[in-house]
Design a protein around this ligand. Structure first.
Ligand SMILES: [Zn+2]
Length: 119
């Protein structure tokens, strides 16, 4: 049996994926399943590619949200899109405000790591 997801394991896995992915800022509208949104992630064509609305607030939050979709993709197959979004939204809030944003060093580390992946 695999180890359970703790906040620490989730953050580690998210940072590992962040180290391999590419982030693109776009001025074009982003849509997922026909709905407008601030960011999206695709991983079926090689390393994960995150596209973010260049004008949206909360780049760290958007990236963390998309990384959670990727890191938990195997767990999420049992949820429909609506429920998956609710689960990932909740985890994003927790990982952002409960873990990363509480700690200045961590916040800086995430901000720099994200900036380093933007093409
Ligand atoms: Zn989402």
């Amino acid at each position: 049996m695999r180890a359970k997801w703790s906040a620490a394991r989730l953050e580690k896995a998210m940072l590992e994926v962040l180290g391999t992915c590419e982030i693109i800022l776009t001025e074009r509208a982003i849509r997922v399943n026909g709905k407008p949104c601030a960011a999206k992630i695709v991983w079926d064509r090689g390393p994960p590619l995150i596209t973010i609305d260049a004008y949206s607030f909360g780049r760290v939050k958007a990236v963390m949200h998309e990384l959670l979709h990727y890191v938990l993709r195997e767990e999420m197959v049992r949820y429909n899109e609506t429920v998956e979004e609710i689960v990932i939204e909740g985890l994003t809030e927790y990982m952002l405000n409960g873990v990363v944003a509480k700690n200045t060093k961590r916040w800086k580390m995430w901000t720099k790591a994200i900036a380093g992946r933007v093409k």
